[in-house]
Design a protein around this ligand. Sequence first.
Ligand code: ASP
Length: 323
Amino acid sequence: MKRILLLHTGGTISMSTDQRTGAVKPSQEHPLHQYSHLFEENLEIIEEDIFQLPSPHVTPHDMLILQKRLIQAAEEDIYDGAVITHGTDTLEETAYFLDLTLDTPFPVVLTGAMRPVDELGSDGVRNLQNAIWTSLSLEARDKGVLVVLNEEIHTARYVTKTHTTNVATFRTPTFGPIGIVSKHEVRFFQKLIFNETYQIDRADKNVCMLKAYAGMDSTLFDALLSTDLDGLVIEALGAGNLPPAALPGLKKILEKNIPVVITSRAFNGIAQDIYAYTGGGKHLKELGVIFAPGLSGPKARIKLVILLEQSFDNEQIDLIFQK
Ligand code: ASP
């Protein structure tokens, strides 16, 4: 008999449609409770409604509560896998938080749904089934935290939501899914070449994120200076460049020794210090920014929140982001 821990956190996968208004909202009883016993013979599913949050309400503090429950599950030593249902809006951030802070002996798989359970063509039950099968797969071990939706298996580190409503929304832009769930078969094709985990007791650091744009100046940087800022992530232009008018504000933040991490606002590819013009990546690097090659802005933000809790200095943070 295998045993899975199934943690529900909320999101569309746990909502239903108000037949009168058409609005999608949280249900009294989790709509998946009635399905989970159907998925597999000889499988015990221990189900907990740990939160009932739409995922835009989820904070790093909630992620930490989830992480602690999974650490406890590892200590209990009775589970073959863990599946977490989550709203899709911030699923990628919770998944990466767990990826960076967990080293469980069993696979941890996140899933969600783009359509509530009572909508025609709903994807939630199938996604849950595929996530459970993936979590039971021996091959899923040692692959870090995984995200399973729409029959694809993605790594927490690189997956991102790419469409507001389409069920084929979760993608890994640079290299695609690492596996698929085809009917009952879970099959992997690739794996990441390294994993990293950090111990964490708090997740309170104030890390903000800005998106660069043509004509960006120092207004937003200056506004951030009056806050309790611990770190900043910028989704810069192209390979990692900023407009010259943004530099005076950026420099003031760097002078305060606040780590500033550069990613790209481009959907695909990695941020690098390539250009030597004013505000180009090489110039930004000379000023003291940290490049986060391969990570999206939200992922770099989660990583910076976690690294700042380790009390690393900026040089150490830089080295870790280069790995
Ligand atoms: N807004 C919803 C949420 O993230 C979307 C979803 O779950 O698909 O909670």
